[in-house]
Ligand binder design. Structure first.
Ligand code: ADE
Length: 271
């Protein structure tokens, strides 16, 4: 996988040299190139922004400078070669980046992250490349505002790159994690010593009974998700829930209706 990141602060992306992503870069599993947007400016002051047309606070990044950069990285004249390219524009006004999207983007061969600063990048840039047949994703990493797209790009690059085969050593650790295929948060985990300060690990985990441990972990995952992320419960595939799952969910106010939908009706619990 090839990843290009365009930014006015290339040093911001230095952490991508560390840990698993850094190792994957060194080994050539993912190739990440960080570019300084100002390399594509043509004036003496290396200007990348201008005032917003229509008025308002702040500055907007210039479309002409961005297009010079993106034309070099995504050649619109070669649509065939750009079939597996995605331009990602991090922005708080984008759709939310999720684990499902991370899996989808991990299949692309070329990602170009366009990091905006100030009030963002002139809206015509995304529109222009979409018009050229390039997939452009404007993505938010959450409902809060950062100072620019650099940190958001790093978050997305880490989430995507670890799904590329060869980046994470043990692929099994990708299967059993929160936001994994089951759509549940991960059950709590423990290590030695089994007694520590005034607490012990749950007895069942010391039993050696694999089926009971698996059931306990699933119950914990269901309960944790019901309490912390009810929005995720609402999205569960009802046909993948066994009787015990339904019982646990019922204790948290969720019932399966006769037409097979999961609905939150806490009254059912108290009645
Ligand atoms: N840029 C500024 N805030 C952002 C956010 N929440 N997600 C993605 N990009 C951003």
């Amino acid at each position: 996988m090839n990843i290009d990141v365009v930014t006015i602060f290339p040093d911001y992306l230095a952490p991508l040299n560390l840990s698993l992503v850094g190792k994957a870069r060194q080994e050539g599993v993912v190739d990440i190139a960080v570019h300084d947007l100002r390399e594509w400016t043509t004036d003496r002051h290396r200007t990348v922004d201008d005032t917003p047309i229509g008025g308002g606070a702040g500055m907007v990044m210039k479309p002409d400078v961005w297009a010079l950069a993106l034309d070099d990285l995504v050649d619109p004249a070669t649509p065939q070669e750009n079939r597996d390219t995605v331009i990602v524009i991090p922005t708080p006004s984008g759709r939310t980046f999720t684990q499902a999207l991370a899996h989808e983007l991990a299949l692309a061969s070329h990602l170009v992250f366009a990091c905006g600063r100030y009030e963002g990048i002139d809206a015509r840039v995304a529109e222009h490349y979409r018009g050229q047949g390039v997939r452009v994703e404007e993505l938010s990493i959450g409902d809060y505002v950062l100072n620019g797209g650099e940190v958001a790009s790093m978050v997305m690059i880490e989430a995507i790159a670890r799904l590329v085969p060869g980046v994470v050593g043990n692929p099994e650790s990708l299967v059993e994690e929160s936001h994994g295929a089951a759509g549940l948060l991960e059950y709590p985990v423990y290590t030695r010593p089994p007694q520590w300060r005034d607490t012990s690990v749950p007895e069942i985990l010391l039993s050696g009974h694999h089926a009971k441990i698996a059931r306990w972990r699933r119950d914990q995952a269901l309960q944790k998700t019901a309490v912390k992320r009810p929005d995720m419960i609402a999205l569960l595939d009802v046909s993948a829930l066994d009787r015990h799952d339904r019982m646990v969910l019922e204790e948290h106010g969720w019932t399966v209706t006769s037409d097979g939908k999961l609905v939150y009706s806490p009254a059912a619990v108290t009645e």
